[in-house]
Design a binder for this molecule. Structure first.
Ligand code: C2E
Ligand code: CA
Ligand code: CA
Ligand code: CA
Length: 279
């Protein structure tokens, strides 16, 4: 029995070793991905109550030569743990700003805002504010078309420095949205102090909105909170007309989800907008 125990232990050890090696390999691939041009941004439309597209959320896609499409749900957490998120996040920011600058001359694309996801680690970096301003200047993007999506995890930071960073960027015209709202630990007291433009209702509350009275109550509470704080509220993960109608009836004016469109490659976004052009 003793021997078996030892074997089990060795077996577990070997498995752990394999898992760690796989992780290290994925991490190396991730670092090479930028140089090899394997990352793309997809864009998911955000629409108002009249169906007009107001902006898009930039969502990172990784097409690896042998792994195929790797989901951001897999590689973003790894990039955050390894610190590589700083480099990857800068790539996203630069690419989004380059798109904004390039879209200036296109009548369908030029009115759009681009929302960029910023990880807490990235926002916490002392160089972050400078790098956003420098990227805007270098690309010639209009700062008021750039929206930064922060999650509640940034609230773990010192509120003074958080507010200071946001205020500096907002003075340049950059907008701020609080993503996945309601899933983290937002203290309402913090929320009041943050110079935000928008709250984003997390899709986990939208999913069962029509069947779960608790989710419906939370959604209504966020809409009321947003309006009393003078913030826009956008609902994400909207998949059905029933969800959209419920949200609209309760004062929601911005929507994002498969009901309107999946995240699209740039060419597909252009086609999507062209088809919706008012005649
Ligand atoms: P998120 O910021 O909450 O983004 C929304 C996610 O919901 C996206 O998943 C989007 O494709 C998906 N989605 C949109 N509409 C619907 C819908 O109607 N139904 C359902 N079921 N899902 C919908 P995606 O693209 O797989 O991204 C997952 C997460 O990865 C994002 O969640 C975000 O946290 C992270 N992420 C993606 N791109 C970036 C990035 O450039 N930087 C950082 N830091 N994180 C990113
Ligand atoms: Ca987001
Ligand atoms: Ca979200
Ligand atoms: Ca989410």
């Amino acid at each position: 029995a003793k021997g078996a125990g030892r074997n089990n232990y060795r077996f577990f050890d070997a498995e752990l070793q394999i898992a760690l090696t796989a992780r290290a390999t994925l991490e190396m691939d991730l670092r090479q991905g930028i140089a090899n041009n394997e990352f793309r941004l997809h864009f998911q439309p955000q629409v108002d109550a009249t169906g007009q597209v107001q902006g898009v959320e930039a969502l990172l896609r990784w097409q690896h030569p042998t792994r195929g499409n790797v989901s951001p749900a897999q590689f973003i957490p790894l990039a955050e743990q390894s610190g590589f998120i700083l480099e990857l996040g800068q790539w996203v920011l630069t690419t989004a700003c380059e798109k904004l600058a390039a879209w200036r001359h296109d009548p369908d694309l030029s009115p759009l805002r681009i929302a960029v996801n910023v990880s807490a680690k990235q926002f916490r970096s002392p160089r972050f504010v400078r790098s956003v301003i420098d990227t805007l200047t270098a690309t010639g993007a209009d700062p008021s078309r750039l929206e930064l999506e922060l999650t509640e995890s940034v609230l773990a930071d010192d509120v003074e420095s958080l507010v200071e960073k946001m205020t500096t960027l907002r003075a340049h015209g950059v907008l701020f949205s609080l993503d996945d709202f309601g899933t983290g630990y937002s203290s309402l007291n913090y929320l009041k102090r943050l110079p935000l433009d928008q709250l984003k209702i997390d899709q986990s509350f939208v999913r069962d909105l029509m069947t779960d009275p608790n989710d419906a109550a939370i959604v209504c509470a966020v809409l009321t909170l947003g309006s009393s704080l003078g913030l826009q509220v956008i609902a994400e993960g909207v998949e059905t007309d029933a969800q959209k109608d419920f949200l609209r009836r309760h004062g929601c004016a911005q929507f994002q989800g498969y009901l309107f469109s999946r995240p699209l490659a740039e060419e597909a976004l252009a086609t999507f907008l062209e088809a919706r052009r008012p005649v």
